[in-house]
Every structure is written in structure tokens, then in C-alpha cells.
Design a protein around this ligand. Structure first.
Ligand SMILES: [Fe+2]
Ligand SMILES: [Fe+2]
Length: 274
């Protein structure tokens, strides 16, 4: 298998070791050959940088940032990360990440990427905004926009011409790791629906999925959807699930019931090696 190492830097759970901070959000560092790709930045830079320090990760040694989508809990740490670096940072994302979005529950709140493009560019961000599949480095791909063939996990509203329209989070993309005979798929929130994400990844690389890693956004899902997700993942041949962030405790417990030891919950500091 092509070697890849994944370190969880931002997660809702801080795990069992001293020195890590938990927080609502997701971030993971992918190390492959001489490349380091950061996936998302969590909700805040303070937590992200503290966890990076605890894991001995030098912010200047990150080659690319990949953003799974524009929600604040995946993008809030960008500014502090750029400020900590002494050089520019290429950022791969969907063109819609800067769209203004709100959630109405439990109260009206802004859930957009909390900085402007110009503000981040002034700090060294070099945006590569593409909605087609895009090879970032050898063996590592941005999925591009994901076709919705079955259910997806829409959340919140977009603000368009002063009106609220349901947000299908079209900017949701996944990172795909070509591991040789198999592949790995990393999702932020999985708003496109985890089954759509897996089908899309298989269309691109046509390899069995060794591991699905990240947030699967099944929190608050009804029993039917959960059963459908479990059945779908089995049918699609996904071998191992590393589930965290917005997957939800109930979904993780259900996955464990079906997949046994092939389910591992995520926490800050967790290292996954292929
Ligand atoms: Fe999220
Ligand atoms: Fe999200």
C-alpha cells in the first residue's frame, strides 16, 4: 500500500492524552512522501495551533490547505494559521466557499466562512478554487463537486438578494487518497451524503474504499436514514470507518454494532497510518 499518515488536529473530542484541546469542528493533516496537506482548520485558530504544537507540527511546513466546504467549523482557523506562517499557502476549495449562510436553530446565527477572500489573500492565501476533480499532489485528489444520486445532508440557509434559500452545501467536497490497490476518502461534514461521496470517489479512481474518515453528518438522522447509510456503506464495500465530528454518537454506536472493530471514533491526536 502507498504509505500515508493522517493526524487528527481538530475534533469535537480531545481523546485521552494530555495537552490536546477539543472543539466543534474538524481538521486533519495528511502526510505523504514529502507533502503535507492540511484538511480544514476547525473553528478557531487558538485550538488548532495549540494542537499542532502538541503534535510537533510546524505551520510553515504545510504545503497545501484543502477546504472541504465553507462552514465556520472547518474554516475558522485559517486566519491564525496564515498569520503564524512566514510564507504564502495554496488553498484548494470549491468556488462557493465564501457564500453567506445562516442557521436558524437553535437561534439565528452566521455559519459562513468568517473571513473575506481579500483579507485572507492579504495574509498569504493563494486560492485555487475549482469545482472539478483536481489532483493536488501525487496520489491525492480533491473530489470536486459531488453528484447527489441519493440522500444528502443539507443544513442551514444561503443568503441571496436578502432572501433565505435552503442551502444544499454544493461546495462540499472530499479528499481522495490513492493508496495503490485501494483508496481512502476524507470528508469534512459529509453534507453531500456519505453514499454519494463514496460513489463519486469510486467513479473517479475505481478502487475499493479502504477507509472513510471524517464527519459523516448523521447527527439527528432518523432510524431509516441511519439504516440506509449502514446498508449502503456495506454494499459499496467500505472496509473501515473512522468517524467523528458531526457523525453523532448514535450513528457511531450503530456502525459499531454492524462493522465491529472496523469502526474507530476520531479524537484529537489520533494517528491513522496506511
Ligand atoms: Fe462540520
Ligand atoms: Fe458543515
Amino acid at each position: 500500500m502507498i504509505p500515508v499518515e493522517i493526524k487528527i488536529l481538530f475534533e469535537n473530542h480531545s481523546g485521552f492524552k494530555k495537552g490536546f484541546l477539543g472543539g466543534h469542528g474538524f481538521s486533519a493533516l495528511i502526510e505523504h512522501k514529502n507533502y503535507r496537506i492540511l484538511v480544514d482548520t476547525g473553528t478557531d485558530g487558538e485550538t488548532l495551533l495549540k494542537n499542532m504544537e502538541a503534535l510537533n507540527i510546524n505551520p510553515n511546513k504545510i504545503d497545501y490547505l484543502f477546504l472541504t466546504h465553507g462552514h465556520y467549523d472547518h474554516t475558522g482557523g485559517i486566519k491564525a494559521l496564515l498569520e503564524r506562517r512566514s510564507k504564502s499557502l495554496p488553498i484548494v476549495a470549491h468556488p462557493d466557499i465564501f457564500v453567506k449562510r445562516v442557521a436558524l436553530k437553535p437561534h439565528l446565527r452566521n455559519i459562513s466562512l468568517p473571513f473575506s477572500k481579500e483579507e485572507l489573500e492579504a495574509l498569504g492565501a493563494e486560492f485555487i478554487l475549482v469545482k472539478e476533480p483536481f489532483q493536488i499532489v501525487e496520489n491525492i485528489w480533491s473530489s470536486g463537486e459531488i453528484e447527489r444520486k441519493t440522500w444528502s445532508r443539507e443544513v442551514g440557509y444561503r443568503v441571496k438578494n436578502g432572501k433565505l434559500i435552503k442551502d444544499d452545501v454544493r461546495d462540499d467536497m472530499a479528499l481522495i487518497l490513492d493508496l495503490g490497490d485501494v483508496m481512502g476518502v476524507i470528508t469534512g461534514c459529509g453534507h453531500s451524503g456519505i453514499l454519494n461521496i463514496i460513489m463519486h470517489a469510486q467513479n473517479l479512481l475505481n478502487k475499493p474504499v479502504k477507509a472513510l474518515i471524517g464527519g459523516f453528518h448523521l447527527i439527528g438522522s432518523n432510524e431509516k436514514l441511519l439504516k440506509d447509510a449502514i446498508r449502503g456503506l456495506k454494499e459499496l464495500g467500505v472496509q473501515k470507518l473512522y468517524a467523528g465530528h458531526c457523525t453523532g454518537f448514535e450513528a457511531i454506536a450503530s456502525f459499531m454494532h454492524t462493522f465491529g472493530k472496523n469502526v474507530e471514533p476520531l479524537y484529537v491526536g489520533k494517528v491513522i497510518e496506511f
